[in-house]
Design a protein around this ligand. Structure first.
Ligand SMILES: NC(=O)c1ccc[n+]([C@@H]2O[C@H](COP(=O)([O-])OP(=O)(O)OC[C@H]3O[C@@H](n4cnc5c(N)ncnc54)[C@H](O)[C@@H]3O)[C@@H](O)[C@H]2O)c1
Length: 253
């Protein structure tokens, strides 16, 4: 699918990997719809980009909130051709820690945002994509979800995050199979460690320490590298139903 003149909904588009994707797609002539719960950052970014960038205050967990925003996207741009899901949260809590067992509410919250929120947006975007006519590559839409290498080799204290991301990764193929009849692809990126606001807050020493297990290049990933990968998935008609690591070769200990 060409990015030029496409219409993309990017969740978590106000920060980090989602923001870089918004910027990359916008640069390539795509209309970008930023779905994020952070109204300050989201509207600042949309204002900065100007034409063809719109911010929607959205909580990905809320079906009616997402549906209302999608209705507005259709009213403005007439179609949705791309959906990249980056909205996510991370917590650190052990199954059984010094304070007792893992809070079930915290576990549910992480799964609700990362897994159920992603699925909610996927379903509602797919519902619109089926109305598109086939493009030059004979497709109607592309969906990219964001898992994590922690969904495959989660570390201590990452049980809720790992469970949510494992779910995001494992629904990739069934979604691709479900939507194949409608000419919609679904792929998933499993990032390693990326320099986003989350990591920047840890300071240069911690970043250096975290980078030591990256095989090559020995540094954290840059959000622009995630955005480049997302654009390559959109543009390559033959990538479908697969979870792809983007991690400099790191395997979490
Ligand atoms: N940064 C990394 O190293 C890394 C590694 C692996 C996976 N990931 C995943 O990539 C995605 C993006 O991470 P990031 O590092 O850019 O994080 P980030 O915190 O910079 O951005 C996440 C965005 O999601 C938004 N968000 C959170 N909850 C939301 C909700 N309920 N509804 C709508 N928006 C919501 C936040 O407001 C924020 O703008 C996440 O899913 C994260 O789990 C990140």
């Amino acid at each position: 699918m060409n990015l030029e003149n496409s219409v993309a909904i990017i969740t978590g588009g106000a920060s980090g990997l989602g923001e870089a994707t918004v910027r990359k797609f916008h640069l390539k002539g795509c209309h970008v719809c930023i779905f994020d719960s952070d109204s300050n950052k989201g509207s600042l970014l949309a204002n900065e980009l100007g034409k063809n960038a719109v911010f929607f205050p959205v909580d990905v967990r809320d079906p009616s909130n997402v549906e209302e925003a999608i209705t507005e996207v259709i009213r403005r741009f007439k179609k949705i051709t791309i959906n990249v899901n980056c909205a996510g949260i991370a917590i650190a809590e052990k199954t059984l820690g010094k304070e007792g067992i893992h809070s079930l509410d915290n576990f549910k919250k992480v799964v609700e945002v990362n897994l159920i929120g992603t699925f909610n947006v996927v379903c509602l975007c797919a519902k619109q994509m089926v109305h598109n006519s086939l493009d030059v590559n004979s497709e109607k839409g592309v969906i990219i979800n964001t898992a994590s290498v922690a969904g495959i080799e989660g570390q201590k204290g990452q049980v809720a995050y790992a469970a949510s991301k494992g779910g995001v990764a494992s629904m990739t193929l069934p979604i691709a199979r479900d939507l194949a009849r409608d000419a919609i692809r679904c792929c998933c990126i499993a990032p390693g460690l990326f320099l986003t606001p989350m990591f920047e807050g840890l300071g240069p020493e911690v970043c250096k320490e975290l980078s030591k297990d990256v095989v090559f290049p020995k540094r954290l990933g840059m959000p622009e590298e995630f955005a480049l990968f997302a654009s390559q998935i959109v543009e390559n008609n033959y990538i479908n139903g697969t979870v792809m690591r983007l991690d400099g070769g790191i395997r979490l200990a």
